[in-house]
Structure formats: C-alpha cells, structure tokens
Ligand binder design. Structure first.
Ligand SMILES: *Cc1c(COP(=O)(O)O)cnc(C)c1O
Length: 438
C-alpha cells in the first residue's frame, strides 16, 4: 500500500514521500509526518545476516514501508548504498557503567548530519535530472548543516548549493569546510547573525519572481529526506544491542532542532528495540524547561560551546507535539536536561582524565546527562549519541585535554583543500543579485 504523509496542521493535502521532500514545508506551514506506523518485523530483522544486516541493508529494509508506492521506491537500495557508505559503530565505553557510544561522525564532514544530507542528495539526484536548469539548494547554516549538504551535493550535475553562514561566528574548521568545495558550491559569509542568514533564505523562498526564473529547494532540518534516514542508525544499533545482550538500548541524544532525537522516537514507534530516550541540550533551556512542566516558551538562542545546538525554538518541536497528541503523555515518555558550558568543559576534562575518552562539546552534554542519571539510580544499558568528532571543535577540546585531537582522514582531506568564501551584506537585494548572477 502506498504511504502518504500528512501535515502537522491538518490543512494541506496528503502527499507522497518524494512530493514531501521536494516541497520541504507543507503549504499550510506544517511539517510532514507519515499517516501510518508500519511495524517492523523484529524476527526477520533478527535473522538477517550478511548484507541485509549492515547499516545500508537495515536502512533499506526499515525505510522501505515509508516510501512504498513512491516513484523512488525501486531506487531505495541504490539511495541507501550511496548515503550509508560509512559506518555508525556502537562502541562500548566503560563496562561498569554499561555505557556505549553511538559514533555518528565517520562521514565526510565528521558530524551526524552527513547521513541525512547524503540520503537527501541521493534521493533528489534521482528525481531532478535537468542540467540545463540546475536546481539551487539554498541553506542557512550555523556550522554543521551547510558543510554536510555541500559535501553531499558537491560535483553532482544538475545541482548547485548556496550556503549562507554568519561570518566569524562558526569555528575556524567549520568555516574552512564550508568554503572548500568550490565548483557547484558557493559559500557566502554574511555580515550578520545566523538569524540574518535564515531571514535572507526565507525571503528568497517567498520571492515568486525569483523562483520563476530559478528553481529553488531547501535542505533544512525539517526536511523529511533528512529525518527518515536518521531512523536507520537507531534501528541498526538497537538491533545489534538486543541481539548481543538481550536488552533494549536506551539513548541520550544531544539536541538542538530535535531532528536527530525525533528520528529515534520514530524508529521506536516503528517497532525497533529502542528503550528510553533522553534529550541533552546546552544552555539553551527551552526543552528542559518544557519537560520540567513549564509552558513551551521559544526564545532567542544564546551562544555556547556546543554551537550546533544553539537553538531557542527547535524546529521539529511541532512534530513531537503532534506525535504525542498531548503534553502530559509527551512529558511522561521523554525527558530533557540542559547542560551549561562549565559542565561541558568539566565533562570533557574529566572523561579524558579518567578514561582517556575524547568527546566533542555536543556529545559531552549527553555524557554529562547520563552521569547524572546514573547517580540518581537509573538502570539499564545506555548509549550516548556522539554527534560530531572532537577534531571539528579542536579550539574548545584541545586546551581542555592538554593535547592534540587526531583528525580523521576524511576531515583532514577537506582541511587540506584551499577554501574560499564570498562576503555578503545582510541584505536581501545583495543575495538576490548574487543568486541571479550564478
Ligand atoms: C546539528 C547538530 C546537533 C543537533 O541536532 P538536531 O537534530 O538539530 O537536534 C547536535 N550535535 C551536532 C554536532 C550537530 O551538528
């Protein structure tokens, strides 16, 4: 049966997977979610071996019911093979803590966003083949999204990527990554904040005259093409864990816009042996405050050491609320805690001193939360989700551990390339001119 996707606001027609990917946001301003929850057959996943049990194989089997009846259905094995061509290992840490790390940083830009961005690019490549009139992917980024999207679409005929990022407000290595692709990727360093970048992008999407001359598409964190594939590493790791230990795996997930954590919730809803889900945020307390019983109060973000989570109004919160129907159920199922910069620093230092572990500032929020849960008597097997490699945030991590962080090969390759970004004033006329100039 064909899967349909409905808007969280219920005032837009239901669409197929590829229609939802192309449009991004629903016409009523809502976010798309599946209308049904296909239940994965754990038995058959349990018996799968060889190719079917590797990450791409699990992804194909698990995502298939969600794109049933879609024009991309028959292409799914190719799409997952392109997107999941690097591992997401579950690495045991300390035995006495029954703690593992789900390492999501082995992709080309060393952050978990590579999975979603590569799946989105692999899907779009099989929908849009017009090289004469290329599709422009326009993204505002606070650091990691832009690089993952640029890497995923770099060199792909029929596409160009335009990235807007706030000048001097991303880490040096993040900036280098954004500007190192060249060719069909343009990096624009905007004299302004991330909010300015987002405003400019929104203005472009609202500019019908521009869009009539130039097809535009987005790749932001509400994209279904990024959200769905992120279920795969929760499916893969929870299956591997239950097979080895006979118990469900619980997760602490570093959280900003709630894309990664929501994928874990979806994987569990579709039958995967995912246990408890706990969100870790930085000093941006909007979720922690809500889950401790206050009204949902989105606010301006504050800058922290875990900059990819500097979010004051998580864009996927609307999906979370829609999914759980009422706030009491939501609060009884999911927990969320905020971790400030001092605690991030202490955690990085302390885990390195005691165990030789090296965590990025985002991952450190989750480690800190898990330690607190354990102190309060929390039982069970836990995985901390490592969303980025520490080498991406060397300027924070190296002084804390008093040593160098080894740079993974893929990241080293990008850092060895020349990098160039064009300056842009935070003004829509300037962006429009740049987009039309090609
Ligand atoms: C984007 C990002 C996050 C936050 O993920 P969300 O899906 O926005 O919640 C956490 N850590 C890193 C390293 C990121 O790049």
């Amino acid at each position: 049966m064909a899967m349909r996707f409905a808007s969280t606001r219920q005032k837009a027609p239901q669409v197929s997977f590829s229609e939802a990917v192309v449009s991004g946001i629903a016409p009523d301003g809502g976010l798309y979610l599946p209308t049904e929850w296909p239940q994965a057959d754990l038995q058959s996943f349990g018996e799968a071996s060889g190719k079917a049990s590797d990450l791409a194989g699990v992804a194909t089997r698990f995502i298939a019911p969600f794109i049933a009846g879609d024009r991309l259905e028959s292409k799914l094995p190719d799409i997952t093979r392109d997107a999941f061509d690097f591992p997401a290992p579950l690495v045991p840490l300390t035995k006495d803590e029954r703690l593992s790390v789900l390492e999501l940083f082995h992709g080309p830009t060393a952050a978990f966003k590579d999975f979603g961005a590569r799946f989105l690019a692999a899907s779009m490549r099989r929908m849009h083949r017009d090289v004469v009139q290329p599709l422009t992917i326009l993204v505002a980024t606070s650091g990691d999204t832009g690089a993952a999207v640029a890497a995923a679409f770099a060199g792909m005929p029929g596409f160009r990527v335009v990235i807007l990022y706030p000048d001097r407000r991303v880490s040096a290595r993040q900036a280098h990554q954004l500007g190192c692709f060249g060719a069909n990727v343009a990096a624009l360093r905007v004299a302004g904040s991330f909010d300015d970048c987002q405003r400019l992008v929104k203005q472009a999407f609202a500019d019908d005259a521009l869009r009539a001359r130039m097809p535009l598409s987005s790749a932001n964190s509400i994209s279904l093409g990024r959200l769905l594939p992120q279920m795969s590493y929760y499916a893969h790791s929870s299956l591997a864990h239950i097979r080895a230990h006979g118990a469900a795996l619980n997760y602490v997930i570093p959280t900003g816009n709630l894309g990664n954590a929501f994928a874990a919730i979806l994987a569990r809803a579709a039958g995967m042996p995912v246990g408890r889900i706990v969100l870790a945020s930085n000093a941006n307390r909007v979720l922690a405050d809500f889950f401790s019983g206050n009204d949902y109060a989105p606010r301006a973000s504050v800058a922290t050491l875990a900059n990819a989570m500097d979010v004051g109004a998580p864009s996927n919160f609307e999906r979370l609320r829609w999914f759980f129907r009422d706030d009491a159920t939501l609060r009884s199922d999911i927990r969320a805690f905020a971790v400030d910069d001092d605690a991030i620093r202490t955690t990085i230092q302390d885990r390195h001193a005691r165990f030789g572990e090296i965590h990025c500032p985002h991952t450190a929020t989750a480690v800190n939360v898990l330690q607190a849960l354990r102190r309060d008597g929390e039982e069970g097997d836990w995985a901390v989700v490592a969303t980025a490699h520490a080498a991406k945030f060397d300027s924070v991590v190296e002084p804390l551990i008093g040593g160098r962080v080894e740079v993974p090969t893929a990241l080293a390759e990008l850092l060895a390339r020349p990098s160039h970004a064009e300056p842009l004033t935070a003004d829509y006329a300037a962006l429009r001119g740049r987009l039309l100039a090609r």
